[in-house]
Design a protein around this ligand. Structure first.
Ligand code: ADP
Ligand code: MG
Length: 699
């Protein structure tokens, strides 16, 4: 438990994030409080409330203890005075009403939602103890349970306070993110820098970021040069060089130079806000095992009630030890059976996992996806942009003049540059990385790219447009085949990805491009194989290129010339063979496959569509992070199993002992306050165990 999580700046979102978890954990403390105030009221508020009630009731509890006949017996002396019982009653009532209040309130919430759980049990336990004590004070002679009831409440208040504090430490991901944003920025106004709040910045504002300062908001560098540490956002450990024109991200650290930045995004559009949204969503998303835990907790409620009533009846009638003894045992049994640890077992792990993931550049959008990741036995990678950098360079241009074929209708171009220029005019409008490669080459050669009209894109094939009155088509063989445009031979000895160019329905030439395989790809494939996971590659590229990349990386299965709409079928095919499949991709054309796979992983923060269809989003374009995500999944699962086993196992042992099963032979009995202590301890252990995950190294 980290003490400074308490005092540190409570950002708004932190409260929300906190609450989502807390409300679920607090055993039904959310009664439709969706408003901002409701949120604020519950996060730190509830923790403070428990703390305050604990300290304020403590003197009363101590007094009740001092006056209790049991304690006097232990100490061997007591101070008898008139009306002692009434005084004890009064003190006990204060503790019962003020200290017990939050439990009653929450119990009412649970009951009104027809989901009696933890808080109902606590309330029931202390209410039974109180009612019994009042009866002994006024109705019939006997020993009261004021002392037991008071300490019980005290322990519960303390337990909840500490637990919320621990949970808050565990759910700090959002806080950590919120803290990345510096509160103020140097706004440039008429050449002067004025400090304003980061929240006041508007799109188009120019700000100054000095060396060593954090960049307050997303924008574009306009002047200056520097290197920026973006590890907190992208997980990339090497500083990234920034020069005018480069995008910068709010929350990252400007290292050595000074930068003038033009604000490009504000508010919820900034990278940080989007990440926080994802993390918030992840923390709210429940893994499947959560359902099991919830169901178990619901069953435990009835087990607890049955244990309480059963032991009362048994000790009262079957093995008469008197009503006091029976009531004490009943209260202990109810208290000890509170399925609190069970309620915490998974949410704590979930929130630590999402924080740990975020810190490693792995954003988990849906816990169910991460949960499934440990069972993967097939990982399918998109080639372009995922295993390769997706940065195509032009290797060779062959214009039609060089390879005329008698029988073919061919459109002659004057030069390579003309071919490139026409192709670039079309590709300027395309999103594809091949298109970018062609446009870059045209720029590099200083060609002026003409305007194009009527642009059309053929997904997974190419694009076309009208340039200078000519219909220009750029794409792969499939596209030309479809348009019944014959391609001259002679390019077969070239390696690389061909982009065929046709003008007015006749072949005009071909541009060969080559992509670079990412350095990390090979290691990632090797590690996956080491984990017993098979790999596949999907690409719309030619077999030649696909096989070359596939062989170089040692990939098990290569699917080449796959149309975007068929990518999903390949994933299905593997699934039908009984594999648990992850799809890793970045593009719009991967979205369906990402959605189809058991675990969709969008890489390099991808396109919005890819991110939407994925369960896990990798901030970096590093295939090794796929391995990390699987390792995170396995670690998370291990913790979840430990916590569930502990929480369930604890009840298996504690309930019978509290019910007095060891009493007849061994004289061992769990007093209610010890039961409460044990119950709280079991919850704290679950939280602490989850916290250990924070230190985990992913590899
Ligand atoms: P991948 O993600 O594997 O690159 P795509 O489905 O995006 O697969 O593309 C498949 C193939 O279609 C590319 O390898 C390329 O040959 C061709 N292609 C797609 N778009 C274009 C384009 N704008 N210009 C030229 N060729 C393209
Ligand atoms: Mg791609």
């Amino acid at each position: 438990m980290d003490p400074d999580v308490i005092s540190d700046a409570p950002g708004e979102c932190r409260k929300c994030g906190m609450d989502l978890v807390l409300m679920d954990m607090g055993g039904g403390m959310h009664g439709g409080q969706e408003s901002q105030e409701g949120h604020a009221g519950h996060g730190k508020g509830a923790e403070q409330d428990f703390k305050q009630r604990f300290w304020l009731t403590l003197p009363f509890v101590l007094l009740v203890m001092a006056l209790s006949p049991n304690i006097e017996k232990w100490l061997g002396f007591g101070v008898p005075f008139a009306g002692k019982e009434i005084v004890t009653f009064a003190l006990g009532t204060v503790v019962f009403l003020y200290g017990g209040w939050p439990f009653f309130k929450s119990a009412r919430g649970e009951l009104s939602r027809k989901l009696p759980a933890m808080m109902t049990l606590v309330a029931f336990g202390i209410a039974v103890a109180y009612a019994f004590s009042v009866a002994t004070t006024f109705l019939f002679p006997g020993e009261s349970l004021y002392w037991e009831m008071s300490t019980l409440i005290s322990v519960f208040l303390l337990g909840h306070w500490l637990e919320m504090r621990a949970v808050r430490g565990a759910t700090g991901a959002l806080t950590e993110l919120a803290r990345l944003i510096p509160p103020s920025a140097h706004l440039l106004r008429d050449g002067d820098a004025v400090d304003v709040g980061t929240g006041e910045l508007k799109i188009g504002d120019r700000i100054l970021v000095k060396p060593g300062e954090k960049i307050p908001i997303d924008g574009k560098a306009m002047a200056g040069e520097s290197s920026v540490n973006e590890a907190m956002i992208t997980g990339e450990s090497k500083p990234v060089a920034k020069k005018p024109g480069d995008a910068v991200i709010g929350g990252t650290l400007n290292e050595d130079g000074s930068l003038t930045v033009e604000v490009s995004k504000v508010g919820s559009d900034t990278a940080i806000s989007q990440i926080m949204d994802l993390v918030r969503g992840a923390q709210a998303s429940k893994p499947r095992v959560q359902l099991v835990a919830d169901r178990l907790a619901a069953v435990l409620f009835y087990v607890a009630v049955a244990a309480g009533i059963g032991s009362f009846i048994f000790w009262c009638f079957a093995s008469p030890h008197g009503a006091i003894f029976a009531a004490t045992v009943a209260v202990a049994a109810i208290v000890v059976a509170c399925p609190h640890a069970l309620g915490l077992a998974i949410p704590t792990v979930t929130s630590i996992t999402s924080a740990l993931g975020a810190r490693n550049g792995i954003l988990i959008k849906d816990m169910k996806g991460l949960e499934a990741a440990r069972k993967l036995d097939y990982v399918v990678f998109d080639k372009t942009g995922t295993l390769t950098k997706g940065e195509f360079g032009v290797k060779k241009i062959i214009e039609s003049r060089d390879n005329e074929v008698e029988s073919h209708k061919v459109h002659k171009v004057e030069s390579q540059d003309e071919l490139l220029m026409l192709a670039a005019a079309v590709e300027v409008h395309s999103q594809h990385s091949i298109a970018a490669g062609i446009v870059d080459e045209a720029k590099k050669r200083g060609l002026s790219v003409p305007e194009a009209k009527d642009f059309r894109s053929f997904s997974g094939k190419g694009a076309s447009a009208t340039v200078d009155g000519k219909r220009v088509l750029v794409g792969n063989k499939r596209l030309l085949d479809e348009q019944e445009i014959a391609v001259s031979a002679s390019e077969s000895d070239e390696t690389g990805t061909p982009a065929y160019v046709a003008i007015d329905g006749a072949f005009a030439g071909v541009i060969f491009l080559e992509d670079v395989v990412r350095e990390e790809s090979k290691a990632a494939i090797e590690k996956l194989h080491g984990m017993g996971i098979r790999t596949a590659m999907l690409t719309g590229d030619t077999e030649d290129v696909a096989d070359e990349v596939g062989e170089g990386l040692g990939i098990d299965t290569v699917f080449a010339r796959v149309l975007p709409e068929d990518k999903v079928d390949k994933v299905k095919q593997l699934q039908d063979e009984g594999h648990v499949v992850a799809m890793v991709g970045d593009g719009v054309n991967d979205a369906a496959a990402l959605a189809q796979s058991h675990v969709g992983i969008a890489i390099g923060a991808g396109t919005d569509v890819a991110v939407q269809s994925a369960e896990i989003v990798l901030m970096r374009s590093d295939p090794l992070d796929v391995v990390k995500a699987i390792s995170l999944s396995k670690k998370t699962n291990r913790k979840t199993v430990q916590n569930l086993a502990w929480a369930a196992g604890y009840n298996v042992f504690a309930i019978p002992i509290a019910a007095g099963i060891l009493y007849p032979s061994f004289g061992i009995l769990l007093r209610p306050e010890w039961a409460a202590l044990l119950m709280s301890a079991s919850s704290v252990i679950v939280v602490l165990n989850a916290l250990l995950l924070r230190r985990a190294k992913l590899s």
